[in-house]
Ligand binder design. Structure first.
Ligand code: SAM
Length: 495
């Protein structure tokens, strides 16, 4: 690959003699040449600029000087230039020549641009100074058929194009075969094809100034390579969601597996079935105005979780008794009940119909076994099964039980990890209110639900009978003691 830089400050580019790029130039992997633009100036002062036509501050670089310089460096002598007007932009058959004009007014230079330029045979950089290069210069070479890229390295203004050229050269050259010692280094990096930032990296010592990886990230030291790879990917997802939500919004849903989706959900993004990209997720306590939407969601999701032996009449009778606006409204208004709802923040097309922004797509209900001033328990609290043990508070004193009464997710969001997030939030909410045991009953045959509860730390402690529309069903009873949890931290496997 041949790289040419045209500048009024050739010494600026001497840093290219250092490090891996310098080594690549030294061994002939890259052929690097820096040219002083003033070589093509004609007056005694070697002037390369003039005042702006139309007036205004600063100076503009002259097109005639740049024209002669670029004709030479691109190997386009003036007499041959006209003949190239209809040409393809290729100097010789099979070679690709690119003229890069750094400018804050250009398209933003990205890793994709670097990957593309790494396939060129020659890249020529025209480094502007002052107010920039006369705009006819890039236009002219484009008209001649030269591939011209006006590139910005970011939304800020530098004094000259040299730093931008250095940035582009370094990003491009390291992608050329042989320049980096280990070619795998570029595969998992930030901004690679995966579209994520890289996971945080660490080296020895394992414990440094109180930052102990054995505690904060034991999986990293497990020696279990698939586990390390999985946890690194989850941390890459978390980091990208935190720092670059714009990148998460562009992730291709087809390349996200179930675990990726779960990690995204824990970081505030959902991928509905059939959606092209992740969508921001909102999780919050339900308000009074959410109750009608919650009733619709509750009545749509309950039948999905029912065993097939229940009749439609039995399921409907149960919903008419327990999933009413009165019941959900009472829960929403009762401080002893935590009703959390999840919704997407944007209208999203999905496989089984679009999801509207703000429409509830998941909810959970935690009911505390606490009496009000009149000695009454919250409405709809199921009798606590005998198998549920209520441990004392860690500091002593009586414990507090709560029933995880509901965790339901709309079918369009199934597989998005939303169930685990609602569970984490339910556990966190219960923990914050001093609950020492959280229990639930779920139908014996609902293996998917059992798996989700186990993932969140629930363990089976027994069974109970549960009535649905007059039909007695067998439920598995599971409990979790959130006593050890940090109310600030969502509880989930990846953290
Ligand atoms: N008047 C120009 C404008 O507002 O767009 C800015 C000119 S700047 C002071 C001088 C030169 O610095 C530009 O011609 C370009 O070569 C370089 N430059 C400045 N900021 C840049 C950026 N963000 N990306 C690439 N090149 C930049």
């Amino acid at each position: 690959m041949r790289l040419d830089v045209v500048t009024i400050f050739p010494d600026y580019l001497r840093v290219l003699e250092l490090s891996l790029i310098g080594k690549a130039a030294g061994t002939g992997l890259i052929d690097l040449a820096v040219h002083d633009l003033r070589r093509w100036a004609h007056d005694r002062h070697r002037t390369v600029d003039d005042t702006p036509l139309g007036g205004g501050a600063g100076m503009v670089m002259r097109p005639d000087v740049w024209g002669e310089a670029l004709d030479t460096v691109l190997d386009l002598p003036a007499e041959r230039a006209a003949a190239r007007e209809a040409a393809t932009g290729r100097r010789r058959a099979g070679t690709r020549q690119v003229l890069v004009v750094p400018t804050p007014a250009g398209e933003v230079f990205t890793q994709r641009t670097a990957e593309d330029l790494a396939h060129a045979d020659q890249v020529v950089f025209a480094c502007g100074r002052y107010e920039g290069i006369d705009a006819r210069v890039p236009e002219h070479y484009r008209q001649l058929g030269v591939e011209v890229r006006e590139l910005s390295i970011g939304d800020y203004v530098l004094n000259g194009g040299e730093v931008a050229a250095l940035v582009i050269i370094e990003a491009v050259a390291r992608l050329r075969p042989g320049v980096l010692g280990n070619p795998d280094s570029v595969v998992e990096e930030s901004h690679s094809r995966a579209g994520l930032l890289e996971y945080p990296v660490h080296t020895r010592p394992v414990s440094w100034r109180g930052h102990d990886l054995a505690t904060s990230w034991p999986g990293l030291l497990s020696g279990n390579h698939p586990r390390v790879a999985r946890e690194r990917r989850e941390r890459a997802i978390a980091r990208t969601a935190d720092r670059r939500p714009d990148m998460v919004a562009r992730l291709d849903a087809q390349h996200l597996d179930g675990k990726d989706r779960a990690a995204l959900a824990h970081n505030g993004w959902a991928v509905p079935r059939g959606a092209a990209h992740p969508v921001p997720l909102s999780l919050r306590r339900a308000l009074a105005e959410d109750v009608p939407g919650l009733v619709v969601l509750a009545r749509r999701t309950f039948p999905d979780a029912c065993p097939s032996f229940l009749t439609t009449e039995q399921v409907t009778e149960h919903m008419d008794r327990h999933l009413t606006a009165e019941r959900l409204g009472a829960w929403q208004a009762d401080p002893r009940v935590i009703v959390t709802l999840a919704c997407l923040t944007e209208d999203t097309p999905a496989e089984a119909g679009p999801v509207r922004a703000g429409e509830p797509v998941g909810y959970s209900v935690v009911i505390l076994e606490a009496e009000d001033d009149a000695g009454a328990l919250p409405a709809g609290l199921d009798p606590r099964p005998a198998a549920v043990n209520v441990p004392h508070r860690p500091a002593g004193g009586p414990g507090l039980a709560a029933e995880l009464s509901k965790v339901y997710v709309d079918a369009r969001l199934r597989g998005s990890g939303l169930v685990d997030v609602l569970l984490s939030e339910a556990v966190r909410g219960a923990c914050a209110l001093g609950v020492t045991t959280l229990w639930l009953g779920t139908h014996d045959g609902n293996r998917r639900a059992h798996k989700a509860y186990r993932r969140s730390g629930f363990v089976k402690v027994g069974t109970r009978r549960y009535d649905v529309g007059g039909q007695s069903c067998r439920d598995v009873v599971m409990t979790l003691s959130p006593g050890a949890c940090d109310p600030q931290q969502p509880v989930w496997s990846g953290r």
